[in-house]
Design a protein around this ligand. Sequence first.
Ligand SMILES: Nc1ncnc2c1ncn2[C@@H]1O[C@H](COP(=O)(O)OP(=O)(O)O)[C@@H](O)[C@H]1O
Ligand SMILES: [Mg+2]
Length: 224
Amino acid sequence: MNVLETIDLKKYYGKNETTVKALDGVNINVKRGEFIAIVGTSGSGKSTLLHMLGGLDRPTSGKVLVDNKDIFNLKEDELTIFRRRKIGFIFQSFNLVPVLNVYENIVLPIELDGNTPDSQYVDKIIKTLGLENKMYNLPNNLSGGQQQRVAIARALATKPAIILADEPTGNLDSKTTIDVMGLLKVTSSKFNQTIVMITHSEEVAQMADRTIRIEDGKIVGDDK
Ligand SMILES: Nc1ncnc2c1ncn2[C@@H]1O[C@H](COP(=O)(O)OP(=O)(O)O)[C@@H](O)[C@H]1O
Ligand SMILES: [Mg+2]
């Protein structure tokens, strides 16, 4: 079953002769548990695509279906709830809350949604990511790689339909990049977690299960 599908997705910025076709008819299908890299050069439309997939911005035309539901049929407040429950985000800059410890950061999105963490599931994530001895540390006492592991744990903890990662290794050195990519791969298969990651790096893309190539807002390659 497809967890994610786009249908002729377009996002145009500006009007008339200054129009930028950031996305120009994108059709992709993603199955549950797939770990996908979207690769393209700077300006190819990667971030725009990720924003549409996560319901952060509305397309000019076309559809995004998550669990077969057209997310842009939702009203603004429903879209906010959809994002909170169905999408996990991982950013280049980690985005951890500095005054909360590692455990508190990981369960924060669950608590913000008024729910109690599934402690067995959270424990399993923490062990898988090797964070069991860092639970009471504040983020600024951790290395970049460790902080990104916390951000991965936080994204997994809500059991989202999809994790969207925007250049997750962009601020990491090459050794830590391999480490973090390995953990993304392990968590994807262990928790059957769908991950869509964007990157400009061919080497990083190679480590995913499938690579989708984007150029000038169009899909130009999809190797499964
Ligand atoms: N808010 C915006 N207004 C106008 N043009 C934009 C905006 N966001 C992105 N673009 C343009 O859309 C194209 C794709 O941008 P983006 O999705 O950020 O590419 P990437 O993430 O691959 O570097 C670029 O030409 C960029 O300049
Ligand atoms: Mg970008």
